[in-house]
Design a protein around this ligand. Structure first.
Ligand code: SF4
Length: 404
């Protein structure tokens, strides 16, 4: 296995929106899971693990081809997401990252994240992933409640998450994020309070993660969970109950001193924000590699063929691995800058960065929507930047609609 030095991410956090030549992100999608969770709506496939070697080879070819086409842009992040990237052997992760390093200029302090499920088999490979160059782990805990894990159809137990964080620490990871879901069937406020307690006050401080993503369960049509809800077998919290859960999380994490820097994301300290996801929220550039992966470079948005087989065949036959390419008009891009940038609750959208990126002042282009969102108490105009208010956070869709 190629061993690379796993450097720590730096605290450099750039404002929103991104400049056209700011460092980009590289997203690599791994569309395989050991089994499919009943609420899952991601591009992923169960029982297809035999395709992984072929898929890894295709991903490497794709990176080597499209990574050379970046016109001098450097990358500050690599993100292996899924699906379940930790189904890959460490050697496969190492060779994918080698393809990235061979073709894309990575900043010296690049943040290299891999999503992992907290099973013992995967945790046993954390040290090897770190040797492969991964320096940040995002662990899919979802909840520490046994009934919640059952309702979500997860294969792990609460103790596995604790053991996985311990394994990450033992492997030398100093940047660990946890994913939690709220609003699962049967969840009460005391369940969420216990989950947050496990995050904020684990048995030892070493087990406290640096970052937390807390997503509201969305029951997507066509999933087995949607069927269960439609037939009355499963009851999910209604909108008011879900809003109360979110409010509880904001209060609890805020009182513990965590930084609520994005709608669904908190950092223990400011420089542990997800630099990769900040590129999305800053409406920046990112290369999307793999089946179903979205990318955006300049005015072009791409989506990889959703089927891993089709994606592999396209790469092997030298045809386009993308199922669609959209041209993003400058007008749409300005709206997306607002929609995404306002999700950054501390930073918001910078007036200077907007003018530099879009060649027009925020006030000239969005005079009426600006007046509307401030007058409604949805946003605060700080002079140098615009941020959402707590009220605006609760009606984020209306705020976005004002700019699109
Ligand atoms: S592990 Fe994640 S990606 Fe895989 S099926 Fe479950 S929710 Fe979907």
């Amino acid at each position: 296995m190629a061993t690379m030095h796993a450097m720590e991410p730096s605290p450099a956090l750039l404002p929103a929106p991104a400049r056209a030549d700011d460092p980009i992100g590289v997203y690599i999608h791994v569309p395989f899971c050991a089994h499919i969770c009943p609420y899952c709506d991601f591009t992923t496939y169960g029982g297809q693990e035999h395709l992984i070697p072929r898929y890894v080879a295709a991903v490497e070819s794709d990176i080597r081809k499209r990574g050379t086409d970046l016109n001098g842009l450097t990358a500050e992040t690599v993100y292996l997401g899924g699906g379940t990237p930790s189904l890959l052997e460490p050697e496969q992760v190492a060779s994918i990252l080698l393809a990235v390093r061979d073709t894309v200029t990575l900043t010296a302090d690049a943040e290299i994240t891999m999503e992992a499920n907290p099973t013992s088999a995967e945790a046993g490979r954390f040290a090897a992933y770190r040797d492969a160059g991964v320096n940040r782990l995002s662990i899919g805990a979802q909840t520490f409640d046994r009934r919640g894990l059952l309702a979500l159809g997860r294969l792990h137990e609460a103790e596995d998450t604790t053991a996985a964080i311990a394994a990450a620490r033992a492997a030398g990871f100093t940047n660990v994020s946890l994913d939690l879901i709220f609003g699962w069937p049967g969840q009460r406020p005391d369940h969420l309070a216990r989950d947050l307690e496990m995050v904020l006050h684990p048995a030892t401080t070493a087990l406290e993660p640096e970052h937390l993503s807390l997503y509201s369960l969305i029951v997507e049509p066509g999933t087995p969970m949607a069927d269960g809800v439609a037939r009355g077998i499963l009851q999910v919290p209604d909108d008011d109950a879900a809003a109360d859960l979110y409010d509880l999380a904001m209060r609890t994490l805020g009182e513990a001193g965590w930084l609520h820097y994005e709608v669904a994301n908190w950092a223990r300290v400011a420089d542990r924000q997800s630099r990769h996801n900040r590129i999305y929220w800053r409406n920046g550039n990112y290369l999307g590699i793999g089946a179903g992966a979205f990318g955006r470079i300049g005015a072009h948005r791409t989506m990889g063929h959703p089927s891993p087989r089709t994606y592999c065949t396209a790469i092997e036959q030298g045809t386009a691995p993308t199922a669609s390419t959209e041209t993003i008009t400058e007008e749409l891009s300005r709206g997306e800058t607002m929609m995404l940038g306002l999700r950054l609750l501390e930073d918001g959208v910078s007036r200077a960065a907007f003018a530099e990126r879009h060649g027009v002042s925020l006030d000239a282009w969005f005079a009426e929507p600006l007046r509307h969102v401030v007058a409604n108490g949805w946003a605060i105009d700080h002079g140098d930047r615009l941020t959402l208010t707590p009220r605006g956070l609760m009606v984020a869709n209306d705020v976005c609609a004002a700019f699109l």
